[in-house]
Write a protein that binds this ligand. Structure first.
Ligand code: PHE
Length: 340
């Protein structure tokens, strides 16, 4: 009898079950009416009285072990839940996944697009690899203009015919080629310049440029549109000013500043003590550009503007180093939540 018990003990050690039915089968095998214990008890009855205490103890121990085993098997079933045939448990609670957040450059880009869409601007996009015509020549860049220099532009071939676009004005050339005025469009996109990377500059950044061409478009229209944008984006009391500037493709040209204020030490630093911050370049489309693109400058006039998204995002979110936008550090990125 003791050998029988020992055998059962051994068997119990390697016993396993994966379904409720299998566990039930084991239970019946041991504890059922015709089970192992029933049989052991029959034997027990016929034992010598002397042996009974020792055997009774052994039987009880075996019974406890069987019960423990059954409990254990049941508990593994409960935690892993019902399993499919493939062993994958579809009912298990999923691990926590943190929802991602939009990149700050993406958020600002979207906000700029939304503001201009409200006043009738469409969105146009174009290739990042451009030819000389679309990036420079059609925009009235003279042959010897320094922007064509290797210093500023990533050319893709030795004879400088193809380059990574240096601005999205190239997209506007494509729009002028393919449509007739009135044209009212903005072109957001990635641009490339051969510049040293620093806290304020990067060789890759993003722009939104705008173009409006129609009959009788004036500088006053430009100024009013930019004022509208500045107030929508930076707040309704925002003041702007336009300073004369130069771009090959606009005449007259200007830089637009917004009044940032001089309330903190940081304000003095970022505005260089003036309170004003430069936001974008703009101007009236040069008649040469209209002509190069098949638009009669005697009938039509237009304005254009262009801004760097990172620069605007740095102001909006008070980010001091432009490089952070490109590092993809999750601790930086997860601070920007969007309502979009
Ligand atoms: N294309 C100019 C730039 O990249 C910006 C600009 C656009 C200026 C349109 C004037 C008019 O800096």
């Amino acid at each position: 009898m003791i050998n029988k018990i020992k055998e059962h003990l051994k068997k119990l050690e390697v016993l396993n079950a994966f379904t409720a039915e299998e566990i039930e089968k084991i239970r019946i095998e041991y504890l059922g009416k015709k089970g192992v214990f029933k049989e052991l008890m029959e034997d027990f009855k016929n034992l010598d009285n002397q042996l009974k205490p020792e055997m009774g103890k052994a039987i009880n121990e075996l019974k406890n072990l069987v019960q423990d085993k059954l409990d254990h098997l049941k508990s593994t079933l409960n935690t892993s839940g019902p399993k499919t045939a493939s062993g994958i448990d579809l009912s298990r609670p999923a691990g926590e996944t943190e929802p991602g957040s939009r990149h700050p450059v993406s958020l600002v880009r979207q906000e700029i697009i939304e503001i201009f869409s409200r006043i009738g601007f469409t969105v146009s996009e174009g290739p990042e690899i451009e030819d000389d015509w679309h990036n420079f020549s059609a925009l009235n860049f003279p042959e010897e203009h320094p922007a064509r220099d290797m210093q500023d532009t990533f050319f893709l071939d030795d004879d400088q015919k193809m380059a990574l676009r240096t601005h999205t004005s190239s997209v506007q050339v494509r729009v002028m080629e393919n449509s007739k005025p009135p044209i009212r469009t903005i072109s957001p996109g990635r641009v490339f310049r051969n510049e040293a990377i620093s806290a304020r500059a990067h060789c890759i950044f993003h722009q939104v440029e705008g173009l409006y061409i129609d009959k009788d478009v004036s500088f006053a229209d430009l100024k009013q549109t930019l004022l509208f944008f500045a107030r929508e984006f930076f707040g309704e009391k925002t003041e702007i000013r336009l300073r004369p500037s130069y771009f090959p493709f606009t005449e007259p040209s200007a830089e637009m500043d917004i009044y940032w204020g001089l309330n903190s030490e940081a304000d003095y630093r970022i505005t260089k003590g003036t309170g004003w911050l430069e936001i974008m370049g703009c101007g009236m489309v040069d008649p040469n550009v209209l002509e190069s693109n098949g638009i009669d400058p005697k009938i039509y006039s237009g304005y254009a503007f262009g801004m760097g998204i990172e620069r605007i995002a740095m102001l909006k979110y008070q980010v001091k180093d432009l490089r952070m936008f490109f590092e993809n550090d999750i601790r930086f990125l997860k601070q920007f939540q969007s309502s979009h």
